[in-house]
Design a protein around this ligand. Structure first.
Ligand code: Z5A
Length: 222
């Protein structure tokens, strides 16, 4: 087997409608062009069991999870996803591109629902040990503008999407706080720009990581 360095872990974060799903495809296209092997995944979800937990968390109807239940279910899904999908892919030398990860927990369960940072940190330590994304893109935009964008979508709203503007403002603030606390890992992009400009910014911000990672590969794996 060819010796390879560890893969690379990229996460995409942002409020709803910021364009994570759309821009994830731009990232994987750039990785393809660079000849890099990748997997794309999402949270909550990414394995059969974690996708079942996602359904429970997002269901708009029925018994709503208590805030602590919601927090624990996010980390339960994450534990399964990490062990079954993320860690094995990184160990194989693949890039993992993940639509949301633990920064979303700080933003939604912390900022949105008011769970303490300390509690989230304890669960993060339990589930992730020292594993953190290598690079996180925060697609940031004003909450009102994202809401306008989503008005045209017209599909049924999940439990989070039914929250009020005030909730999403707290989520945005918590995301920006995470970015300030982790400046080496975060790249904050202005997601309110036209899509081609957002993708140009994304491409430019991703390129140094691609080049550095390729440079670090053993010669036999290049
Ligand atoms: N959650 C949590 O609470 N705690 C956690 O730890 C985790 C998650 C991991 C599901 O996530 C929920 O889980 C989420 C937080 C919670 N709830 N909320 N809200 P999700 O990622 O599956 O759900 P989402 O944020 O609602 O995803 P989304 O609505 O699909 O948004 P998106 O992926 O960011 O956007 P998009 O689908 O790529 O784009 C939306 C539309 O805008 C679409 O029509 C695009 O064509 C358009 N678009 C995108 N970019 C542009 C630009 N630049 N200009 C114009 N139009 C654009």
């Amino acid at each position: 087997m060819t010796a390879r360095a560890r893969g690379y872990f990229v996460t995409l974060e942002g409020g709803e409608g910021a364009g994570k799903t759309t821009n994830l495809q731009a990232i994987t296209a750039q990785l393809d062009a660079a000849g890099i092997d990748w997997i794309a995944t999402r949270e909550p979800g990414g394995t059969a069991l974690a996708e079942k937990i996602r359904e429970l968390l997002l269901a708009a109807e029925g018994e709503a999870p208590h805030e602590v239940t919601e927090l624990l279910l996010m980390f339960a899904a994450r534990a399964q996803h990490l062990e079954e999908v993320i860690k094995p892919a990184l160990a194989r030398g693949q890039w993992v591109v993940c639509d949301r990860f633990t920064d979303a927990t700080y933003a939604y369960q912390g900022g949105g629902r008011g769970q303490s940072e300390e509690t989230i940190q304890q669960l993060e330590k339990l589930v992730q040990k020292d594993l953190q994304p290598d690079l996180t893109f925060l697609l940031d935009m004003p909450v009102e503008k994202a809401a306008e964008r989503l008005q045209t979508r017209g599909q049924q709203k999940d439990r989070f999407e039914q929250e009020k503007q005030d909730f999403f403002s707290r989520v945005r603030d918590a995301y920006l706080k995470q970015a300030l606390k982790n400046p080496l890992r975060f790249r904050v992009l202005d997601a309110s720009q036209p899509l081609d400009q957002v993708q140009a910014d994304l491409k430019e911000a991703l390129l140094p990581s691609i080049l550095a990672w390729k440079q670090a590969q053993p010669k036999s794996a290049q």
